[in-house]
Design a protein around this ligand. Structure first.
Ligand SMILES: Cc1cc2nc3c(=O)[nH]c(=O)nc-3n(C[C@H](O)[C@H](O)[C@H](O)COP(=O)(O)O)c2cc1C
Length: 202
């Protein structure tokens, strides 16, 4: 008997965010880092790059993460606000692809998230000029020490170049592994204010 559950359009919820919540709830207890997703961006010239980020926000019709706005991905997103997220749940043989348009989170959202992080993370966000060349680990640790001293006894403010992004999807695909590579794929495409669902060949 196959260990994989069948997944057809009739098994899927009309709202892809509800479907995402179901698969995420089923998969996350089985994963060491359930929020880990691959984020792909592209420069204006179409040069693509991918990296992992933590999916810290799902709701209000968006998927979100936090990062440095001056990073490689930040520069890509300022030039070209299209991106793709990918979640893989090996124990359940499930992949979720999300593609859409990205905008910055509000400063209130970014402030609230930054305030919820531990002090070490907050110091790290100030000390690391993400994606820029670093001559040595010592250079980084010197900046960590400077930031630690600067804010000793004070709250650490969010760096202006650090905050959230929110992706509003136009396509979400749910892929269920099946035997003999005859996988099940259900793709949602935005159609005005609603979603069109269809099966795709594996
Ligand atoms: C599991 C995992 C989660 C990560 N989460 C984040 C994250 O939420 N935000 C972030 O800026 N970088 C995160 N990183 C580091 C990124 O993958 C990447 O190295 C960094 O953001 C710089 O990417 P860039 O130079 O392409 O902008 C994570 C890495 C891993 C392996």
């Amino acid at each position: 008997m196959s260990r994989w559950e069948p997944f057809d359009v009739s098994d899927s919820h009309p709202d892809p965010f509800v479907q995402f919540a179901t698969w995420y709830a089923e998969g996350s207890p089985l994963l060491p880092e359930p929020q880990a997703v691959s984020l792909s961006t592209a420069s204006r010239a179409g040069r693509v790059s991918s990296r992992m980020v933590l999916l810290r926000h799902v709701g209000d019709g968006t998927f979100g993460w936090y990062t440095n706005y001056d990073s490689h991905k930040g520069h890509d997103l300022e030039e070209n606000p299209q991106a793709a997220l990918l979640w893989w749940c090996e124990p359940l043989g499930r992949q979720i692809r999300i593609e859409g348009h990205v905008a910055r989170a509000t400063t209130d959202e970014s402030d609230a998230y930054f305030a919820s992080r531990g002090r070490g993370h907050q110091i790290g966000a100030h000390a690391s000029w993400q994606s820029r060349v670093l001559s040595s680990r010592e250079e980084l640790m010197t900046r960590v020490e400077e930031v630690t001293q600067r804010y000793k006894g004070h709250e650490i403010p969010r760096p202006e170049n650090w905050g959230g992004y929110r992706l509003t999807p136009h396509v979400i695909e749910f892929w269920q592994q099946r035997d003999d590579r005859l996988h099940d794929r259900v793709v949602y495409e935005r159609d005005g204010y609603s979603w069109r669902r269809e099966r795709r060949q594996p």
